[in-house]
Write a protein that binds this ligand. Structure first.
Ligand SMILES: [Zn+2]
Length: 210
């Protein structure tokens, strides 16, 4: 049966057919006004494939789980550069990724899928020497780093994300945060700091949330 909607649509809810308590699927609450809920990070990447840097912005929606903890989930992604006319496929990619983000459920596979894309013309080396098999793979890596930083997945933060985290720790926990730091399970440095539900090592970047 079709229902005519007379009111402007200001939010929506994703209904999940699976009511299984054990499933880890996160339901997104009805969306509030964009300006009220979205917080984002912008990442700059410079590739030899284009003259200008690319700016990748990932905005999150913050949900409160039944346990009362706040969780970030990516909600939308934008990629900007000076010469976007050469990159209409990037615009298409960001729209598809944003649509998947908004559907809810597990979106961590996106980073894996993108990182596995090889450019038949050959990849390139990033600053610092890490090999990127394609620009798509580097976009996947940025998404993965973002997911680690908001606690969606476990992993090691890269240098840019680690700098950002150090800055947040200093700003919000003060200088004495490091004196109270715990031992890192990965590198054994006394640099494991808890912030936003996540333990992050400010020495090696290892991060685990929950
Ligand atoms: Zn460590």
């Amino acid at each position: 049966m079709a229902i005519k909607i007379e009111q402007p649509i200001v939010g929506y809810e994703v209904a999940m057919p699976d009511e299984d308590e054990s499933s880890k699927v996160t339901q997104i609450a009805p969306l509030l006004e964009r300006d009220d809920v979205l917080v984002g990070n912008t990442y700059k990447i410079k590739t030899p494939l284009s003259e200008h840097a690319l700016y990748i912005t990932i905005n999150d929606v913050i949900t409160t789980e039944p346990d009362g903890k706040e969780h970030h989930r990516p909600f939308e992604i934008f990629i900007n550069s000076k010469n976007m006319e050469n990159f209409s496929w990037i615009v298409a990619l960001t729209r598809v990724i944003s649509a998947v983000f908004r559907k809810g459920g597990d979106v961590t596979f996106l980073a894996e899928e993108l990182k596995a894309v090889f450019d038949p013309r050959g990849g390139y080396f990033k600053k610092g020497g890490k090999y990127m098999p394609s620009l798509v793979a580097e976009i996947g890596e940025v998404i993965e780093q973002h997911m680690i930083s908001i606690g969606m997945i476990e992993g090691d933060l890269g240098s840019a994300e680690l700098e950002l985290k150090k800055h947040q720790v200093k700003e919000r926990l003060g200088d004495e945060a490091l004196t109270k730091a715990a031992l890192c399970p990965k590198c054994s440095a006394k640099a494991l700091v808890r912030l936003d539900n996540c333990d992050t090592c400010l020495e090696c970047g290892h991060s685990k949330c929950g």
